[in-house]
Ligand binder design. Sequence first.
Ligand SMILES: *[C@@H]1O[C@H](CO)[C@@H](O)[C@H](O)[C@H]1NC(C)=O
Ligand SMILES: *[C@@H]1O[C@H](CO)[C@@H](O)[C@H](O)[C@H]1NC(C)=O
Ligand SMILES: *[C@@H]1O[C@H](CO)[C@@H](O)[C@H](O)[C@H]1NC(C)=O
Length: 225
Amino acid sequence: MASGCHVLALLAVLHVCVEVTGLYGSFSSPGFPHPYPDNQLQAWNISAPVGHRLKLYFTHFSLEPSDQCEYDYVQVFVEGNETLRFCGEQEKSDEGSPRNTVIISATNLLSVVFKSDFSNEERFTGFQAFYTSEVPCETQILTDPSGVLSSPGYPNPYPPMTKCNHTITLPEGFRILLDFSEPFDIESHPEVPCPYDLLRGLPAQSFSDEVIVCGNSLWDPTSGH
Ligand SMILES: *[C@@H]1O[C@H](CO)[C@@H](O)[C@H](O)[C@H]1NC(C)=O
Ligand SMILES: *[C@@H]1O[C@H](CO)[C@@H](O)[C@H](O)[C@H]1NC(C)=O
Ligand SMILES: *[C@@H]1O[C@H](CO)[C@@H](O)[C@H](O)[C@H]1NC(C)=O
């Protein structure tokens, strides 16, 4: 399989290729928050563990605007395919800027290329990007009068950065009773209610309160609210 850095190296002479691993992180244009230098070509090759997918977004974006972003740009590749190219200024809501775009990769790999031409003239301050990873968990809709739902991989430890939505829908008149089995084990904190991981019950109708739980004992779970 072609690696991001290698594929990109074929497209142009790459000055810097940075390997980025981990569940989340950030990176920015050279010299950020100061204006970026001329003639830069830099790539970030991000990889999360297999089975995760990546989300990428920009908290700052200020690149020289140009038609089709041909001069200065940030380009995002997913598995070596050209996906999106951005330029311009976020603050001015330029058409080519990412604005509130959140890029979600189908796989655990994503590459970002930054290019500047010979004429920044010290005006544009570049970009800052953040990425997070998560294990995709399809929304599960349960409509049978009884059923089972669990965290991914249960009873094995659940993967980090996972958000699952299980929706139980029964005909009107039914009440829903959730019965938890052992082991029940969700990371908790002795003082702060469920700051890391939690199970949140959101009743669709307002006659019942939202419930937030974590902890490792069914009989004494740490209650969030
Ligand atoms: C990043 O580099 C690693 C090691 O060279 C490679 O295995 C991986 O496929 C690359 N990532 C992308 C997005 O191509
Ligand atoms: C990349 O492009 C090729 C050819 O267009 C396509 O077969 C492949 O599925 C694409 N990969 C992704 C991850 O979009
Ligand atoms: C969970 O999924 C259901 C069904 O798609 C949707 O109506 C609900 O808004 C989702 N809840 C959350 C918290 O995302």
